[in-house]
Design a protein around this ligand. Structure first.
Ligand SMILES: C[C@H](O)[C@H](O)[C@H]1CNC2=NC(N)=NC(=O)C2=N1
Length: 231
Protein backbone atom coordinates (compact mmCIF):
# COMPACT_ATOMS: atom_id res chain seq x y z
CA UNK A 1 0.00 0.00 0.00
CA UNK A 2 1.75 3.25 -1.03
CA UNK A 3 2.66 5.37 2.00
CA UNK A 4 0.44 8.24 0.93
CA UNK A 5 -2.50 5.92 1.40
CA UNK A 6 -1.43 4.81 4.84
CA UNK A 7 -3.24 7.53 6.79
CA UNK A 8 -6.54 6.22 8.25
CA UNK A 9 -8.62 8.92 6.49
CA UNK A 10 -7.39 7.92 3.09
CA UNK A 11 -7.14 4.26 3.87
CA UNK A 12 -10.85 4.19 4.62
CA UNK A 13 -11.62 6.02 1.41
CA UNK A 14 -8.96 4.13 -0.50
CA UNK A 15 -10.40 0.76 0.29
CA UNK A 16 -13.74 2.08 -0.94
CA UNK A 17 -15.48 0.11 1.80
CA UNK A 18 -19.06 -0.60 0.80
CA UNK A 19 -20.40 1.21 3.92
CA UNK A 20 -19.19 4.48 2.38
CA UNK A 21 -21.14 3.86 -0.77
CA UNK A 22 -24.63 2.61 -1.19
CA UNK A 23 -25.73 0.84 -4.33
CA UNK A 24 -28.74 2.68 -5.72
CA UNK A 25 -30.17 1.50 -9.06
CA UNK A 26 -26.68 0.22 -9.91
CA UNK A 27 -25.33 3.71 -9.41
CA UNK A 28 -22.64 4.20 -6.86
CA UNK A 29 -23.91 6.99 -4.57
CA UNK A 30 -21.01 8.33 -2.55
CA UNK A 31 -21.99 9.30 0.96
CA UNK A 32 -18.64 10.65 1.98
CA UNK A 33 -17.93 14.37 1.57
CA UNK A 34 -15.32 15.33 -0.99
CA UNK A 35 -12.13 13.50 -0.17
CA UNK A 36 -8.97 13.74 -2.11
CA UNK A 37 -6.96 10.62 -2.43
CA UNK A 38 -3.91 9.57 -4.36
CA UNK A 39 -4.11 6.36 -6.28
CA UNK A 40 -1.57 4.56 -8.34
CA UNK A 41 -2.77 3.49 -11.75
CA UNK A 42 -3.77 0.03 -10.56
CA UNK A 43 -5.89 1.38 -7.73
CA UNK A 44 -7.34 4.02 -10.03
CA UNK A 45 -8.38 1.29 -12.42
CA UNK A 46 -10.05 -0.59 -9.59
CA UNK A 47 -11.86 2.54 -8.46
CA UNK A 48 -12.84 3.35 -12.03
CA UNK A 49 -13.87 -0.23 -12.66
CA UNK A 50 -16.16 -0.05 -9.64
CA UNK A 51 -17.71 3.14 -10.94
CA UNK A 52 -17.50 3.10 -14.67
CA UNK A 53 -17.04 -0.46 -15.79
CA UNK A 54 -13.90 -2.33 -16.70
CA UNK A 55 -13.48 -1.33 -20.34
CA UNK A 56 -13.89 2.39 -19.67
CA UNK A 57 -11.63 2.11 -16.63
CA UNK A 58 -8.86 0.42 -18.55
CA UNK A 59 -9.09 2.79 -21.46
CA UNK A 60 -9.14 5.89 -19.27
CA UNK A 61 -6.33 4.64 -17.01
CA UNK A 62 -4.25 3.63 -20.03
CA UNK A 63 -4.81 7.02 -21.61
CA UNK A 64 -3.91 8.72 -18.37
CA UNK A 65 -0.84 6.51 -18.10
CA UNK A 66 0.25 7.33 -21.63
CA UNK A 67 -0.51 10.95 -20.89
CA UNK A 68 -2.62 11.20 -24.02
CA UNK A 69 -6.13 12.53 -23.74
CA UNK A 70 -8.04 14.59 -26.29
CA UNK A 71 -8.45 18.23 -25.26
CA UNK A 72 -12.10 17.53 -24.54
CA UNK A 73 -11.19 14.58 -22.38
CA UNK A 74 -8.47 16.54 -20.63
CA UNK A 75 -11.05 19.15 -19.77
CA UNK A 76 -13.55 16.51 -18.67
CA UNK A 77 -11.09 14.48 -16.67
CA UNK A 78 -9.69 17.61 -15.04
CA UNK A 79 -13.27 18.40 -14.10
CA UNK A 80 -13.36 14.99 -12.55
CA UNK A 81 -10.31 15.79 -10.48
CA UNK A 82 -8.05 13.54 -12.47
CA UNK A 83 -4.71 15.29 -12.39
CA UNK A 84 -2.08 13.20 -14.06
CA UNK A 85 1.48 14.19 -14.76
CA UNK A 86 3.60 11.81 -16.77
CA UNK A 87 6.44 12.27 -14.27
CA UNK A 88 4.62 10.68 -11.37
CA UNK A 89 2.76 7.36 -11.78
CA UNK A 90 -0.18 8.49 -9.73
CA UNK A 91 -3.55 9.93 -10.53
CA UNK A 92 -5.15 12.16 -7.94
CA UNK A 93 -8.85 11.49 -7.94
CA UNK A 94 -11.33 13.86 -6.38
CA UNK A 95 -13.68 11.25 -5.03
CA UNK A 96 -17.09 12.86 -5.04
CA UNK A 97 -20.47 12.47 -6.77
CA UNK A 98 -19.63 15.41 -9.04
CA UNK A 99 -16.27 13.88 -9.87
CA UNK A 100 -17.90 10.58 -10.53
CA UNK A 101 -20.38 12.12 -12.94
CA UNK A 102 -17.71 14.13 -14.72
CA UNK A 103 -15.36 11.18 -14.88
CA UNK A 104 -18.16 9.10 -16.30
CA UNK A 105 -18.63 11.81 -18.93
CA UNK A 106 -14.86 11.72 -19.52
CA UNK A 107 -15.00 8.04 -20.19
CA UNK A 108 -18.26 8.67 -22.00
CA UNK A 109 -18.85 4.99 -21.66
CA UNK A 110 -16.19 2.95 -23.31
CA UNK A 111 -17.87 3.12 -26.73
CA UNK A 112 -16.91 6.81 -27.00
CA UNK A 113 -13.28 6.07 -26.17
CA UNK A 114 -13.29 3.08 -28.46
CA UNK A 115 -14.60 5.25 -31.31
CA UNK A 116 -12.00 7.90 -30.51
CA UNK A 117 -9.15 5.46 -30.42
CA UNK A 118 -10.55 3.00 -32.91
CA UNK A 119 -10.02 0.15 -30.52
CA UNK A 120 -13.18 -1.83 -31.04
CA UNK A 121 -13.19 -4.14 -28.03
CA UNK A 122 -13.78 -7.61 -29.37
CA UNK A 123 -15.34 -9.93 -26.84
CA UNK A 124 -12.71 -12.61 -26.65
CA UNK A 125 -14.33 -15.97 -25.95
CA UNK A 126 -13.41 -16.98 -22.40
CA UNK A 127 -10.30 -19.17 -22.66
CA UNK A 128 -11.15 -22.69 -21.57
CA UNK A 129 -8.60 -23.60 -18.92
CA UNK A 130 -6.78 -26.66 -20.23
CA UNK A 131 -7.37 -29.75 -18.11
CA UNK A 132 -4.10 -30.50 -16.30
CA UNK A 133 -3.14 -34.17 -16.30
CA UNK A 134 0.00 -36.07 -15.34
CA UNK A 135 2.69 -36.42 -17.97
CA UNK A 136 2.54 -39.68 -19.92
CA UNK A 137 5.59 -41.75 -20.77
CA UNK A 138 6.09 -40.11 -24.15
CA UNK A 139 5.90 -36.61 -22.68
CA UNK A 140 8.39 -37.59 -20.00
CA UNK A 141 10.80 -38.77 -22.63
CA UNK A 142 10.31 -35.71 -24.82
CA UNK A 143 9.87 -32.90 -22.31
CA UNK A 144 11.22 -34.05 -18.99
CA UNK A 145 14.44 -35.63 -20.17
CA UNK A 146 15.94 -32.32 -21.45
CA UNK A 147 15.41 -30.86 -17.98
CA UNK A 148 17.07 -33.84 -16.34
CA UNK A 149 19.96 -33.28 -18.75
CA UNK A 150 20.44 -29.75 -17.43
CA UNK A 151 20.58 -30.48 -13.76
CA UNK A 152 17.03 -31.27 -12.66
CA UNK A 153 16.68 -34.48 -10.69
CA UNK A 154 13.72 -36.73 -9.87
CA UNK A 155 12.62 -36.50 -6.23
CA UNK A 156 12.82 -39.75 -4.28
CA UNK A 157 9.37 -41.09 -3.42
CA UNK A 158 7.47 -38.34 -5.29
CA UNK A 159 6.54 -37.65 -8.86
CA UNK A 160 8.39 -34.31 -8.70
CA UNK A 161 11.60 -32.69 -9.92
CA UNK A 162 14.19 -30.70 -8.01
CA UNK A 163 16.99 -28.29 -8.82
CA UNK A 164 19.19 -26.01 -6.72
CA UNK A 165 19.95 -22.66 -8.37
CA UNK A 166 23.07 -20.82 -7.21
CA UNK A 167 22.93 -17.10 -8.02
CA UNK A 168 25.50 -14.32 -7.58
CA UNK A 169 24.10 -13.01 -4.29
CA UNK A 170 20.89 -12.62 -2.34
CA UNK A 171 19.61 -9.75 -4.45
CA UNK A 172 20.01 -11.77 -7.59
CA UNK A 173 18.35 -14.76 -5.95
CA UNK A 174 15.45 -12.54 -4.91
CA UNK A 175 15.17 -11.04 -8.39
CA UNK A 176 15.12 -14.55 -9.79
CA UNK A 177 12.33 -15.56 -7.43
CA UNK A 178 10.37 -12.40 -8.18
CA UNK A 179 10.40 -13.11 -11.89
CA UNK A 180 9.26 -16.67 -11.31
CA UNK A 181 6.59 -15.54 -8.86
CA UNK A 182 5.00 -13.37 -11.53
CA UNK A 183 4.70 -16.35 -13.84
CA UNK A 184 3.44 -18.55 -11.04
CA UNK A 185 0.60 -16.15 -10.40
CA UNK A 186 -0.11 -15.79 -14.09
CA UNK A 187 -0.40 -19.51 -14.76
CA UNK A 188 -1.67 -20.32 -11.26
CA UNK A 189 1.07 -22.86 -10.70
CA UNK A 190 3.43 -22.40 -7.78
CA UNK A 191 6.86 -23.84 -7.04
CA UNK A 192 7.86 -25.31 -3.70
CA UNK A 193 11.06 -23.44 -2.98
CA UNK A 194 13.52 -22.54 -0.25
CA UNK A 195 15.99 -19.67 -0.37
CA UNK A 196 19.10 -19.14 1.68
CA UNK A 197 21.24 -16.17 0.60
CA UNK A 198 22.19 -16.85 -3.06
CA UNK A 199 20.75 -20.37 -3.28
CA UNK A 200 17.21 -21.24 -4.34
CA UNK A 201 16.09 -24.84 -3.96
CA UNK A 202 13.11 -25.53 -6.22
CA UNK A 203 10.79 -28.53 -6.25
CA UNK A 204 8.10 -28.76 -8.89
CA UNK A 205 5.05 -30.98 -8.92
CA UNK A 206 1.35 -30.45 -9.59
CA UNK A 207 -0.53 -31.00 -6.36
CA UNK A 208 -3.91 -31.13 -8.09
CA UNK A 209 -2.91 -34.26 -10.04
CA UNK A 210 -0.41 -35.63 -7.53
CA UNK A 211 2.50 -35.58 -9.91
CA UNK A 212 4.32 -33.94 -12.80
CA UNK A 213 2.25 -32.14 -15.42
CA UNK A 214 2.88 -29.81 -18.34
CA UNK A 215 2.66 -26.94 -15.86
CA UNK A 216 5.81 -28.18 -14.16
CA UNK A 217 7.60 -28.46 -17.49
CA UNK A 218 6.56 -24.93 -18.34
CA UNK A 219 7.65 -23.62 -14.95
CA UNK A 220 10.99 -25.48 -15.08
CA UNK A 221 11.78 -24.14 -18.53
CA UNK A 222 10.93 -20.66 -17.34
CA UNK A 223 13.19 -21.05 -14.34
CA UNK A 224 16.00 -22.12 -16.67
CA UNK A 225 15.40 -19.07 -18.86
CA UNK A 226 15.31 -16.70 -15.92
CA UNK A 227 18.44 -18.19 -14.35
CA UNK A 228 20.32 -17.94 -17.65
CA UNK A 229 19.31 -14.31 -18.01
CA UNK A 230 20.86 -13.56 -14.64
CA UNK A 231 24.15 -15.35 -15.33
C1 LIG B 1 -6.83 -23.47 -6.26
C2 LIG B 1 -5.59 -23.23 -7.09
O1 LIG B 1 -5.96 -22.88 -8.38
C3 LIG B 1 -4.79 -24.49 -7.19
O2 LIG B 1 -4.50 -24.90 -5.87
C4 LIG B 1 -3.47 -24.31 -7.95
C5 LIG B 1 -2.58 -23.28 -7.33
N1 LIG B 1 -1.17 -23.54 -7.59
C6 LIG B 1 -0.68 -24.79 -7.80
N2 LIG B 1 0.63 -25.05 -7.82
C7 LIG B 1 1.11 -26.30 -7.98
N3 LIG B 1 2.42 -26.55 -7.98
N4 LIG B 1 0.27 -27.31 -8.13
C8 LIG B 1 -1.06 -27.17 -8.15
O3 LIG B 1 -1.80 -28.15 -8.30
C9 LIG B 1 -1.60 -25.85 -7.99
N5 LIG B 1 -2.91 -25.61 -8.02
Amino acid sequence: MPDELASPRRTAVHTGKQQQNTQNNNKLVLEKPKTKMLLNIKCAQNVLKLNFGKAAANLLANRLKSGYLTPLQQQQTRGAGFNYSRSSPQISVLYSPAAKTAAAAATGGSSVLRRLYGTQKKETPAKKSKMVVRLNEQERAEKLQPLLDCGWTLVEGRDAIFKQYVLKDFNQAFAFMTGVALLAEKINHHPEWFNVYNKVDVTLSTHDVGGLSSQDIRMANYLETQANLLK
